[in-house]
Design a protein around this ligand. Structure first.
Ligand code: TRP
Length: 356
């Protein structure tokens, strides 16, 4: 089982989704017309949910010939935290994950917010293009506020979707592979681009979302797999840790294994994880396990994850031997991102009549 085969299987799912089919077709025909901007908050290790949800898709787009920018969204960590703890360590972990899954720094650009001043400067004119009422209606922000551990909502939490518009528009990204929770943010970006262009003349594209069609993977406790919920299996986890985490995963009392995401979320998410790793249909995987029950299910999942992730984990360990190189990848990416951001900011200044 190779990781490439897995990526292909999930891509097929994406291509057959009704709202992405036509877009997929255009990407395949003219990859050079697209620039992807996507990224991650450095709040913890990337996990299998990220891998099957978005990470493998970035590599697929890169391999199709699309110019891919990958952002380590370090300023976004400040939305919900007083102090960005362990930021360097987590950022370096992300870099290792990106390289291990096959992001190629010769073709793609890996960079971080805090190293690209002109990107951040775009937030100021962009903020002038949206109303406070519009910001207040963003459902993803509302949800994050509701789950926040902080007693007061910061101005950055309220406005970070506009910052995200700067993330995407600084490099004129026109394709953003996202999960459904990010769609309201992409709408903000499209609104900002449209209003800027109407007011000052056309500078920005109105980016399109490329929705991931991979079904949601649940964490080992049966809720959404999340960096902050201690229920995830990290890309970097070793084989023993993977076995331990899967052993502790929540199942149910019914012995016969079936794939029924609504009725049996815990069991079905394990079946799905095995199916994604094995590049097979989840119903077929469930049927094969059948009366074998939770024990056979967990053994199947553990073996599938460990063999699918083995090459990624081996490459990750190799890169970790050479952190000097890993840091140089970020430095080079930041240099490229700065050149692009400076050029865009100059265009923005000119369009706005020299102010700013
Ligand atoms: N908000 C995204 C997340 O939480 C990370 C992110 C920041 C992003 N800027 C972006 C994603 C721009 C897509 C485009 O995972």
């Amino acid at each position: 089982m190779t990781v490439t085969a897995t990526a292909t299987a999930t891509a097929t799912v994406a291509a057959s989704a009704s709202d992405s089919g036509d877009l997929e077709e255009r990407i395949r025909r003219t990859p050079d017309r697209f620039r992807v901007l996507t990224g991650d908050r450095p709040t913890g290790a990337l996990h299998l949910g990220h891998y099957f949800g978005t990470l493998h898709n970035r590599v697929r787009l890169q391999e199709l010939g699309v110019d891919v920018f990958v952002l380590v969204a370090d300023y976004q960590v400040l939305t919900d935290r007083d102090v960005a703890e362990r930021l360097t360590e987590i950022t370096e972990g992300l870099l290792l994950d990106y390289l291990a899954i096959g992001i190629d720094p010769a073709r793609s650009t890996i960079f971080n917010h805090s190293a690209v001043p002109a990107l951040n400067q775009l937030m100021l004119p962009f903020l002038s293009l949206v109303s406070v009422a519009e910001l207040g209606r963003n459902p993803t922000v509302k949800d994050e506020v509701a789950h926040s551990r902080q007693s007061a909502v910061s101005g950055l939490m309220f406005t970070y979707p506009v910052h995200q518009a700067a993330d995407i528009l600084f490099c004129k990204g026109n394709l953003v592979p996202v999960g459904r929770d990010q769609l309201p943010h992409l709408e903000v970006t499209r609104t900002v681009a449209r209003r800027f262009n109407e007011r000052y003349g056309t500078v920005f594209p109105e980016p399109e979302a490329l929705l991931s069609a991979a079904p949601l993977l649940l964490g080992t406790d049966g809720t959404k797999m999340s960096k902050s919920r201690a229920n995830s299996i990290a890309l970097a986890a070793d084989a023993d840790e993977t076995a331990r985490l899967i052993k502790g995963a929540k199942t149910d009392a019914e012995r016969h294994i079936t794939y029924d995401p609504e009725g049996r979320p815990g069991v079905s998410s394990l079946v799905l994880l095995a199916a994604l790793c094995l590049d097979r249909d989840p119903h077929a995987v469930a049927e094969e396990i059948g009366g074998g029950g939770a024990a056979v299910l967990k053994r199947t999942v553990t073996e599938a994850v460990n063999s699918a992730m083995a090459p990624i984990r081996a490459r990750r360990a190799e890169y970790a031997q050479d952190m000097g190189y890993v840091r140089s990848v970020l430095r080079a990416g930041n240099e490229r991102a700065n050149a692009v951001a400076d050029a865009t900011l100059a265009e923005v200044r000119a369009a706005m009549g020299g102010v700013l």
